[in-house]
Design a protein around this ligand. Structure first.
Ligand SMILES: [Zn+2]
Length: 182
C-alpha cells in the first residue's frame, strides 16, 4: 500500500498570500459570521413574537364555549317554536277567526328579481312563487294589496331569484323549472 505523501513544510517556510487572496479569505470568514448572526437574529425575532402573543386564560375559553353552547340551544328552541307556530298557523286574517275561506294573511311582494314572495302576518312564514308547495297559499283569497319592487335585468335571472334559498331548495326549484320548460 502506497502511503500518500503529505506535503511537508519546512519550519522556516513562510506562507505568502497575495492581497487578493487575503481579501477573499476575510470576506469568506465574514460571510460565515454573518450567517451565524442572521440565524441568531431570527431566533430572537421568533422569541419576541412568542412573547407578543396574548395570554389566553383556559377558564375564560371554557366560559365562552359554554356561552356559545347555550346560545345555540336558545336559537334551536326559537327555531322550533317558530316552526311549530308556522305549522299550526292557517295564515288567514282575522283575530282568532281563522275560519276556512277567510282572507289570506300573507303580505305579497314581487321582488326585483321577478320572484313573488308572501310573508304571513301571524307566523312570518315566507312563501315563494318558485316553490311548488307554496302555490296553494298564493291561490288563497287575499285582501292585501301586493307591493312591487322595480324590475332589474339579471344576466342569470334564475341564479338571482334562487340566491336566497338553501342549496337543497335551489336544486328542487331549478329541476322543476327545467322540467316545466321542456
Ligand atoms: Zn301564518
Amino acid at each position: 500500500m502506497a502511503k500518500t505523501q503529505e506535503p511537508t513544510l519546512a519550519e522556516d517556510q513562510q506562507i505568502s498570500l497575495t492581497l487578493e487572496q487575503l481579501q477573499s479569505l476575510i470576506s469568506e470568514a465574514t460571510k460565515e459570521q454573518q450567517k451565524d448572526s442572521d440565524s441568531k437574529f431570527s431566533e430572537l425575532i421568533s422569541a419576541l413574537i412568542e412573547t407578543r402573543k396574548p395570554y389566553v386564560d383556559p377558564g375564560q375559553e371554557l366560559n365562552k364555549e359554554v356561552m356559545r353552547q347555550s346560545e345555540r340551544q336558545q336559537q334551536a328552541a326559537i327555531d322550533r317554536n317558530r316552526k311549530w307556530a308556522q305549522d299550526s298557523c292557517l295564515h288567514v286574517k282575522g283575530l282568532g277567526g281563522q275560519e276556512p275561506g277567510s282572507a289570506s294573511a300573507f303580505w305579497i311582494h314581487r321582488s326585483d328579481t321577478g320572484e313573488t314572495i308572501g310573508v304571513c302576518s301571524f307566523c312570518q312564514r315566507v312563501i315563494s312563487s318558485l316553490n311548488p308547495d307554496d302555490q296553494r297559499f298564493f291561490a288563497m283569497k287575499g285582501s292585501n294589496v301586493p307591493s312591487q319592487a322595480g324590475q332589474r335585468a339579471f344576466l342569470d335571472p334564475i341564479k338571482a331569484m334562487t340566491a336566497r334559498f338553501s342549496e337543497e331548495e335551489r336544486k328542487k326549484i331549478i329541476e322543476r323549472l327545467h322540467f316545466s320548460a321542456s
